[in-house]
Design a protein around this ligand. Structure first.
Ligand SMILES: *[C@@H]1O[C@H](CO)[C@@H](O)[C@H](O)[C@H]1NC(C)=O
Ligand SMILES: *[C@@H]1O[C@H](CO)[C@@H](O)[C@H](O)[C@H]1NC(C)=O
Ligand SMILES: *[C@@H]1O[C@H](CO)[C@@H](O)[C@H](O)[C@H]1NC(C)=O
Ligand SMILES: *[C@@H]1O[C@H](CO)[C@@H](O)[C@H](O)[C@H]1NC(C)=O
Ligand SMILES: *[C@@H]1O[C@H](CO)[C@@H](O)[C@H](O)[C@H]1NC(C)=O
Ligand SMILES: *[C@@H]1O[C@H](CO)[C@@H](O)[C@H](O)[C@H]1NC(C)=O
Ligand SMILES: *[C@@H]1O[C@H](CO)[C@@H](O)[C@H](O)[C@H]1NC(C)=O
Ligand SMILES: *[C@@H]1O[C@H](CO)[C@@H](O)[C@H](O)[C@H]1NC(C)=O
Ligand SMILES: *[C@@H]1O[C@H](CO)[C@@H](O)[C@H](O)[C@H]1NC(C)=O
Ligand SMILES: *[C@@H]1O[C@H](CO)[C@@H](O)[C@H](O)[C@H]1NC(C)=O
Ligand SMILES: *[C@@H]1O[C@H](CO)[C@@H](O)[C@H](O)[C@H]1NC(C)=O
Ligand SMILES: *[C@@H]1O[C@H](CO)[C@@H](O)[C@H](O)[C@H]1NC(C)=O
Length: 749
C-alpha cells in the first residue's frame, strides 16, 4: 500500500551553512575541541592525563602496539567469534543475524560476543564489518556484513556496537572505505582487465582505486558508519584499496576530514593488513595505530624535531588509542589476555542464543499448499547433498580462499572464511538433526550425501561384504519418499570474489530429485545472492528455505524450521534475481585498477527499481507458516519543531551534527496475525523522496519485527530521524531535507 506520508510545508529556507572543515584538518585532532565529546569526556580526560606522563618513546610504543605502564590494547577479529580462539561460540554469520531483521537480537548478540572477547582478555573485537556493503552480488564477503542497504546496515552495525559496548569490550568497525571487492584489493597480477579471475594477489603493483560521486559517497557508503560512531565504536579499520588514487590508510580526505572531523569519530584508526604504506604520511593522514616499521623515533620523532610532524598529532594518536580503553573502564579491571588455545571457556549460554538467531534468520521463500512444516504423516523422508553432512575435516579448521577455492563447500557450510571464519567446538549438521528426529519421531530417514547423481541405468555398486553386489541410485532414494529434502550451498569468504551465482551440479541434483519426488523441499545456505531460477518453478519443488551460514547450531535451526518447532521469520537482505544478467553489469568484478562506481546510490533493490526489473525474490521478502494483515492506514505524526531548518546545523558531536539524530516524524501501522499459528512479521517502511532529492525510487527507512499470537494485533512504530530524510547537498556540503512530499510504502507480504 502507498500513502502520503506528509507535506513538509513550513520549511525554513536559507540559514547559515556551517563553515567547511579547514584544509589542514587540525579539526580532526581531539584537542582542537571541534567535536563535542559528550559521554566520552571522562575517557578523554583520563587519556590526556595518561599521555602527559609519557615520553616520546612511550607514545610511540602505544601507537605501535606495545605495553606502557601495564597498558596493552589487544585486538582481534571478528563479528563471527574471537577468531582462532578455543572454546568460543561459532555464531551465525552476520548475514544470518541480518536476516532476522531483529534489532534486539543484534544488540544481544553483540553483548554476548563482546563478553567472549572480554573473557579472553581481548580489548578490541573487530566487528561489525560494515563494508563491503554488497555493491556487487559477485563480491565475496557478503556473509560477513549486514547487506547492501545502507540504512539497514547502519541499524544492524550500530546495534552490534551497542551490544559489544554493554559487555565492556571495544568494538572496531571495518573497512573504511569503498572496499567493495577482493580482486586486486592489495595489488594486481598485472593481468589485462578480465572478468574471469577473481582472486587478489600480493604482487607489488598498486591496489585498485575507487572513484564515486560525492552524493553517493555520503548517502550509501559513509551513512552506515554514522550509526556505528553514534553507537560508540572505539576503533575503525581503514581499507587496503585506494580512494581517488590514495590508499585508504594514507587518505587524509577520508580519514581526517570525513571520518574524524565530520562524522565525529573519536577512537583510533588502524590499518587492514598491509594498509599502512608510509610513516609521517599515514600519521598525518589520520592513521592512529600502525607498525613500528613505519613509526619510530627516526620517522615521527625526527619529524617533530624538524617541523614536518607535530607533537599535538602524536599525542592525539595516543589519546585515540586509549579512548575506548578508558571509556569501558578497562584500566580498572579486565581479564588477562588468554592464549588462543587456552582452555578459558567463554561460551556461557551462548549455544542457545546462536540456535535462536539461526532459527529466526531462515527465510521461507516458497511453500506450495503448506507443504511445510513437515508432519508425522511423512513416514519416509530422504535427504540429499553433501551440504547435509559434515566436511571430512572439522569443525575448527582454517578456511581461507585466498588462492582459489570451489564456489560450493563439500560438506555442511555453516560459516565464512578468511578473517571471519569460525572457531567451532562442534557443528550440528542437518544429517545429525534428522537422525535425532527420526529416532525420536519414528519416521524412516534415507540419505544420499553426495551431489553426484547416479541414474537408474548405472547404479552405484556397493559390495555388501558378503560377495553380493547391490545397486543404489539417487532416484531410487527419492522414489516413494513422502518428502525429499535437497541441501545446497554457495561458499566464499575473504580473499577472492565469486565466479558464479548458481552451481550447475547442485541445480541438476535438485531437478533430478524433483523429477522423481513430488514433494521436493530445497534448503539453501549461501554467502550472498544465490539464484534459484533453474528449479524454483518446478512443479514438484514445493518449498524453499533460504539462509546464510548459520553457525554451530545450523542443523538444529534448519530442522526446527522444517518441522515447525519455529515458524520461519527471516527475510532477505539482498535481491535474488531471476537471471544473473538482471544484475547491473557495472558491478561485475574485473581486473581493472580504476573502478568507477557510476551506479552511485543505485545498488541492489534500488537498481532493480530504477530499471523497473522484477526480481525473483525481493529485498525484504520472507514468508511464514501463518498469515498477517496490515491496517489500512499508516498513521503519521511529524515533529515540525525539529524541522525548522532545512540543513543540519547542530554542533559537531560524536556521530556528526547533533540534529541529524532528531526525530522528525513517527509512522505506525497495525499488524494482525490472521492465521492459526504464532509467528513474527517484519514490517518495513519505505520512503519515496520528492523529485528534487534525486533519490532512488524507494528506500528503507524503518523496520520492526513483531511477534504475534494467532488473532493478535500489535502496532509497529517507526521513528524517522532527520538523517533518514536528508540527502547530501554537494554544493552546500551539508545534509539537507528537501522540501516536498514524502510518500511511504509499507511493504506487506
Ligand atoms: C590550520 O590550523 C591552524 C591551527 O589550528 C589554524 O589556525 C588554521 O586556520 C588552519 N587552517 C589552515 C587553512 O591553515
Ligand atoms: C603494573 O602491574 C603490576 C602488577 O599488577 C603492579 O604491581 C604495578 O603497580 C603496575 N604498574 C603500573 C604503572 O600501573
Ligand atoms: C574524489 O575526488 C573528487 C574530485 O576531486 C572529489 O569530488 C571527491 O569528493 C573525492 N572523493 C573522495 C571520496 O575523496
Ligand atoms: C629521538 O629523535 C630525536 C630527534 O631526532 C632525538 O633528539 C632523540 O635523541 C631521539 N631519542 C631517542 C631515544 O633515540
Ligand atoms: C623531517 O624528518 C622526516 C623524517 O626523518 C623526513 O622525512 C623529512 O624529509 C624531514 N623534513 C625536513 C624538511 O627536513
Ligand atoms: C496444490 O493444491 C491444489 C488444489 O488442491 C492442487 O490442484 C495442486 O495440485 C496442489 N499442488 C501441489 C504441488 O501439490
Ligand atoms: C560423490 O560421489 C563421487 C562419485 O562416486 C565421488 O567421486 C565423490 O568422492 C563423492 N563425494 C563425496 C563427498 O563423498
Ligand atoms: C513430479 O513427481 C512425480 C512423481 O510423484 C512425477 O511423476 C512427475 O513427472 C514429476 N513432475 C515433473 C515435472 O517432473
Ligand atoms: C505424490 O505422489 C504420491 C504417490 O507417489 C501421491 O500419493 C501423492 O498424493 C502425491 N502428492 C502430491 C502433492 O501430488
Ligand atoms: C539468462 O539470460 C541469458 C541471456 O540474457 C539467457 O541466455 C539465459 O537462458 C537466461 N537464463 C535463465 C535461467 O533464464
Ligand atoms: C573509470 O574512469 C576512468 C576515467 O574516466 C577511465 O579511464 C577508466 O577506464 C574507467 N574504468 C572503468 C573500469 O570503466
Ligand atoms: C526532536 O528530536 C529530539 C531528539 O531526538 C526528541 O527528543 C524530540 O522528542 C523531538 N521532538 C519532537 C516534537 O518529536
Amino acid at each position: 500500500m502507498r500513502q502520503d506520508l506528509w507535506l513538509l510545508a513550513a520549511l525554513y529556507i536559507g540559514g547559515a551553512v556551517n563553515a567547511a572543515v579547514e584544509s589542514n584538518y587540525t579539526e580532526a585532532i581531539l584537542s582542537s575541541g571541534t567535536i563535542k565529546l559528550g559521554d566520552w569526556q571522562d575517557a578523554y580526560d583520563k587519556a590526556t592525563a595518561f599521555v602527559n606522563s609519557l615520553s616520546t618513546s612511550d607514545k610511540l610504543s602505544i601507537i605501535t602496539g606495545g605495553t606502557v605502564n601495564n597498558v596493552t590494547i589487544n585486538k582481534l577479529d571478528s563479528s563471527s567469534n574471537p577468531i582462532n580462539y578455543y572454546f568460543v561460540t561459532a555464531w551465525p554469520a552476520p548475514l544470518s543475524i541480518a536476516m532476522t531483521w531483529d534489532k534486539d537480537f543484534i544488540i544481544e548478540q553483540g553483548q554476548a560476543l563482546g563478553a567472549e572477547f572480554k573473557g579472553k582478555g581481548v580489548n578490541v573485537g573487530y566487528g561489525p564489518t560494515v563494508q563491503p556493503l554488497g555493491r556487487s552480488p559477485w563480491g565475496k564477503r557478503g556473509a560477513e556484513t549486514y547487506g547492501p542497504d545502507s540504512y539497514f546496515s547502519g541499524i544492524m552495525s550500530g546495534g552490534l556496537v551497542e551490544g559489544m559496548n554493554k559487555a565492556g569490550c571495544i568494538s572496531g568497525a571495518k573497512h573504511f572505505i569503498l572496499n567493495e571487492h577482493e580482486t586486486n584489493r592489495q595489488g594486481s597480477s598485472g593481468a589485462s582487465p578480465s572478468c574471469q579471475q577473481h582472486y587478489f594477489d600480493f604482487s607489488s603493483s598498486e591496489a585498485y582505486s575507487v572513484s564515486i560521486d560525492d552524493k553517493a559517497f555520503h548517502e550509501t557508503y559513509l551513512a552506515p558508519f554514522y550509526d556505528t560512531i553514534k553507537a560508540g565504536v572505539g576503533a575503525v579499520m581503514c581499507s587496503m584499496n585506494r580512494i581517488n588514487g590514495t590508499y585508504g590508510c594514507e587518505n587524509q580526505e577520508t580519514l581526517s576530514k570525513h571520518l574524524k572531523a565530520k562524522l565525529g569519530f573519536i577512537g583510533f584508526v588502524s590499518p587492514d593488513a598491509g594498509g599502512q604504506k608510509t610513516g609521517i604520511g599515514s600519521a598525518t593522514a589520520g592513521l592512529d595505530y600502525g607498525s613500528s616499521t613505519y613509526w619510530s623515533n627516526t620517522t615521527l620523532g625526527a619529524g617533530i624535531s624538524n617541523g614536518s610532524f607535530t607533537e599535538a598529532r602524536l599525542n592525539d594518536m595516543v589519546i585515540r588509542n586509549l579512548m575506548g580503553y578508558f571509556k569501558h573502564s578497562q584500566d580498572e579491571s579486565y581479564p588477562s589476555h588468554a592464549g588462543y588455545t587456552d582452555n578459558v571457556d567463554v561460551r556461557a549460554n551462548h549455544a542457545s542464543l546462536a540456535r535462536k538467531y539461526a532459527q529466526n534468520s531462515i527465510a521461507l521463500l516458497k511453500n506450495t499448499n503448506k507443504t511445510l512444516p513437515l508432519t508425522k504423516s511423512q513416514k519416509v523422508i530422504s535427504i540429499f547433498g553433501t551440504h547435509a553432512a559434515p566436511r571430512v575435516v572439522g569443525p575448527n579448521t582454517a578456511l581461507t580462499v585466498q588462492s582459489g577455492v570451489a564456489s560450493t563447500m563439500d560438506g555442511h557450510m555453516s560459516q565464512i572464511g578468511g578473517s571471519a571464519m569460525s572457531s567451532a567446538t562442534y557443528l550440528i549438521t542437518p544429517f545429525q538433526a534428522f537422525n535425532e528426529r527420526a529416532h525420536k519421531d519414528g519416521f524412516m530417514l534415507k540419505w544420499w550425501l553426495n551431489n553426484t547423481i547416479v541414474s537408474s541405468s548405472g547404479g552405484m555398486v556397493i559390495s555388501d561384504g558378503a560377495g553380493t553386489e547391490i545397486s543404489e541410485t539417487t532416484t531410487g532414494i527419492a522414489e516413494n519418499s513422502d518428502a525429499c529434502i535437497v541441501f545446497i550451498n554457495a561458499w566464499s569468504g575473504e580473499g577472492g570474489d565469486r565466479d558464479e551465482l548458481a552451481n550447475a551440479g547442485q541445480d541438476t541434483l535438485v531437478n533430478t530429485v524433483a523429477d522423481t519426488c513430488n514433494n521436493t523441499i530445497v534448503v539453501v545456505n549461501t554467502v550472498d545472492p544465490r539464484l534459484l531460477a533453474q528449479w524454483d518453478s518446478h512443479e514438484n519443488v514445493t518449498a524453499i528455505l533460504y539462509g546464510g551460514p548459520l553457525g554451530q547450531e545450523s542443523g538444529y535451526a534448519i530442522n526446527d524450521a522444517l518441522f515447525g518447532d519455529v515458524n520461519p521469520s527471516g527475510n532477505l537482505v539482498h535481491t535474488i534475481a531471476k537471471n544473473e544478467s538482471d544484475y547491473d553489469a557495472n558491478v561485475q568484478i574485473c581486473e581493472d585498477l580504476q573502478l568507477n562506481f557510476t551506479e552511485g546510490n543505485f545498488i541492489d533493490y534500488k537498481y532493480f527499481d530504477q530499471q523497473n526489473k522484477t526480481p525473483a525474490y525481493a529485498f525484504g521478502f520472507g514468508m511464514s507458516y501463518t498469515t498477517f494483515s496490515y491496517g489500512t492506514y499508516l498513521s503519521i505524526s511529524s515533529a515540525a519543531s525539529n524541522l525548522t531548518n532545512e540543513y543540519a546545523s547542530g554542533s559537531l558531536a560524536v556521530g556528526g551534527r547533533e540534529d541529524l539524530w532528531d526525530i522528525v516524524a513517527t509512522a505506525s501501522s497495525a499488524i494482525t496475525n490472521t492465521g492459526s499459528l504464532a509467528g513474527a512479521e517484519v514490517a518495513q517502511l519505505y520512503v519515496e523522496f520528492p523529485a528534487a532529492a534525486e533519490e532512488p525510487v524507494r528506500q528503507l527507512r524503518g523496520f520492526a519485527k513483531v511477534d504475534l499470537q494467532p488473532g493478535e494485533t500489535k502496532t509497529a512504530a517507526f521513528e524517522l530521524r532527520r538523517r533518514d530524510l536528508s540527502v547530501w547537498d554537494t554544493g552546500a556540503q551539508e545534509w539537507k531535507v528537501e522540501r516536498g512530499q514524502y510518500i511511504s510504502a509499507s511493504l506487506t507480504v
